[in-house]
Write a protein that binds this ligand. Structure first.
Ligand code: PGA
Length: 242
């Protein structure tokens, strides 16, 4: 399975951030290696421009959210069809920050994932437990319920990202054994061919050991995807020929 290394820029990135993507491409000596998928999900304001400039250099562009409907009276929202039209190839759905800040339910996340597939995008569907749930020993139940409620019906191509909420932006990560156990569990509940990413404080220092775990098929990287100097070594750490 080809690893996918995805950068989630969240609400960061003005025009000047192009310099970081260009620096990244320069580090690849012109084009990202073909044995891994490299994805950047900038804010929606930059999707069309980045897709036009960088898709030929092997850096795919994705969005961070979409509406479930194709169009209509939904001020401020962006549909999956619009993102595809802007050149996006992927869209993140159900990130824990959207589940928390916007009250997105599993049902909403599934509708968004199905919208992405309808529009020809690959959804990256996020799941993950909170610290309280981990400490209470319910992490597998929580993630199992999120998978049951959020994954699209049918075996269409999608990506799952396991992101423990307590590991996002905190510098904390689960033990390698805990990541492996959760990824094995997710694999048992996910159609063959769906890649399973780990996300939450992935850094140049821990990327290689995390990406080497069985059933970890890539990473979803927040803070460390904003700078080429940090993101490049994470991409390079994915198993492959590079
Ligand atoms: P982080 O974020 O790498 O900054 O922890 C990951 C994410 O939220 O996708």
């Amino acid at each position: 399975m080809k690893p996918l290394i995805a950068g989630n820029w969240k609400m960061n990135g003005l025009q000047a951030a192009r310099a970081e993507v260009e620096a990244l491409i320069e580090k690849f000596a012109g084009a990202a290696p073909a044995d891994r998928d490299v994805l950047i999900c900038p804010p929606a304001t930059l999707v069309a421009q980045f897709a036009e400039r960088y898709s030929d250099e092997g850096v795919q562009i994705g969005a961070q959210d979409c509406h479930a409907l194709a169009g209509g009276a939904h001020t401020g929202d962006i549909s999956a069809e619009m993102l595809a039209d802007a050149g996006a190839a992927y869209v993140i759905v159900g990130h824990s920050e959207r589940r928390a800040d916007h009250g997105e339910s599993d049902e909403t996340v599934r509708a968004k994932a199905e919208a992405a597939l309808r529009a020809g995008l690959t959804p990256i569907i996020c799941v993950g437990e909170t610290r309280e749930q981990r400490e209470a020993g319910t992490a597998f139940d929580v993630v199992g319920a999120q998978l049951k409620g959020s994954l699209p019906n049918g075996g269409a191509p999608f990506v799952v990202a396991y992101e423990p909420v307590w590991a996002i932006g905190t510098g904390l990560t689960p033990s390698l054994a805990d990541i492996g156990a959760m990824h094995d569990f997710i694999r048992s509940k996910t159609p063959e061919g769906a890649r399973i990413l780990y996300g939450g404080s992935v850094k140049p220092e821990n990327a290689e050991e995390i990406l080497a775990i069985n059933n970890v098929n890539g990473a979803l990287v927040g803070g460390a995807s904003l700078k080429a100097d940090d993101f490049h070594p994470i991409i390079a750490a994915a198993p492959g020929e590079m």
